[in-house]
Design a protein around this ligand. Sequence first.
Ligand code: C5P
Length: 212
Amino acid sequence: MIIAIDGPAASGKGTLAKRIAAHFGLHHLDTGLLYRAVARDVQRLGAALDDAERAAAAARALDPAELDDPDLRKPGAGEAASIVARIPQVRAALLEFQRSFARRPPGAVLDGRDIGTAVCPDADVKIYVTATPEVRAERRFLEMQGRGEAATYEGVLADIRRRDQRDASRDTAPMRSADDAFLLDTSNLDIEAAFDTAVGVILRKAGQRGRA
Ligand code: C5P
């Protein structure tokens, strides 16, 4: 069973993916961490984030066992990730790891931007999680405040809009919902309601597969 969960920044897809994986006993991969780690490594080399050659080399050298670095969650890391994520050679270098992760028994939940469209187009279930930019900014702002990080709502909203634009407009594997994805708009849903809806979608799909 492969479950693809895509969506824009701060849509809640990460929390949802983690809970779904735990609920169904599946592996979970937050694919955004791969791009965040490539950006970190490029910056450590002192290279520019849009240096395609250095970024692709960093992606090829990435050790996916080392994705628990807290720096990857810092403000600015997502923005930096979206710059290296535009480079086709970076995406190509990360593709096989994601696909082989997805094939690990008994199955996996992968969350990102292009899982249902490019990484696992044959996923058993695809969910595209979204919410208005204002709702996502509010959630992210409250999270940051809770962690004592300096932020303003307007600044967070501007970051979210910029990242949406960059992720949706790139040429290779842009962020978009797969045609066969279930659209889960969490603008007016809390995490419990979003989780219940997603579980319902997955059980329905699994039932259909069982009957096929
Ligand atoms: O999901 P997260 O915010 O951690 O992703 C950081 C950035 O990595 C995204 O803004 C996007 O540019 C890139 N990304 C991607 N494809 C994925 C996952 C993340 O391009 N599957």
